[in-house]
Design a protein around this ligand. Structure first.
Ligand SMILES: [Zn+2]
Ligand SMILES: [Zn+2]
Length: 224
């Protein structure tokens, strides 16, 4: 099996629960936020990106604060610059300021760029999906994919939106249908066994199917 480094990572993630693209994207975004806060916090492009985006989006802002430790000094440095510049761009408003001045202040609040972590996430998702499609014709890779949870609904749609890869898309969808067929069977078994008053832990594989259904349809919790 000849794999690119990203395909190799995907292959490794097939053995883990949930969507492999969600899993690897979440890891990559976490490292990106960590390196931004430690290594790039004093770099001009980082400050420009944060200012243009008017801060991280809500999810990535809380991720940076709560899951990158210790992040507080880095956040203080980035957000001091952001708030200072935003105040400057708004212009000073007094209770007597006219509509034009208030409109100018309102305009200054708008973001001119996407959250940099969201941009990073989109790039990583795109690269992973291309690598998934580019390797799906390798039997060993495809077989491991078939045994995995498959990509979530969102990432399957994104994969099918890539231009080209027509034969590879057909292969991916065929494998995905096998995976979902298994899931549907497990869910039907779950319902049947619940009727017979089985406890989840005594159901075997179908016992985990409600959780897997959510993971496989909705993707990883808190990824966005
Ligand atoms: Zn996913
Ligand atoms: Zn974001």
């Amino acid at each position: 099996m000849k794999l690119s480094s990203l395909a190799h990572k995907l292959h490794g993630a097939f053995a883990e629960p949930g969507c492999p693209v969600c899993r690897l994207t979440a890891d990559s975004v976490h490292h990106y936020l960590g390196s931004l806060i430690y290594e790039y916090v004093n770099k001009v492009p980082t400050h420009m990106a944060i200012r243009a985006a008017r801060g991280f989006c809500t999810n990535h802002a809380w991720h940076a604060l709560e899951q990158i430790t210790p992040s507080h000094l880095g956040i203080a440095i980035l957000y001091e610059g952001l708030v200072r510049n935003m105040l400057k761009d708004m212009g000073e408003i007094t209770p007597n300021s006219g509509r034009r001045q208030v409109n100018q202040a309102a305009k200054a609040l708008k973001s001119q760029a996407e959250c940099p972590a969201c941009t990073h996430r989109a790039t990583v998702e795109d690269q992973l999906l291309r690598n998934l499609l580019e390797h799906i014709d390798q039997p060993e890779f495809a077989e491991a994919y078939e045994q995995s949870a498959g990509v979530c609904l969102h990432h399957l749609r994104m994969g099918l939106d890539q231009s080209g890869y027509n034969a590879e898309k057909a292969q991916l969808v065929a494998l995905q249908q096998t995976i979902w067929g298994k899931l549907q069977h497990h869910l039907a078994e779950y319902i049947r066994l619940s009727d017979e008053r089985y406890a989840e832990e005594d159901m075997g594989e179908p016992g985990t199917s409600p959780r897997r259904a959510i993971e496989q349809m909705a993707g990883k919790k808190n990824l966005w």
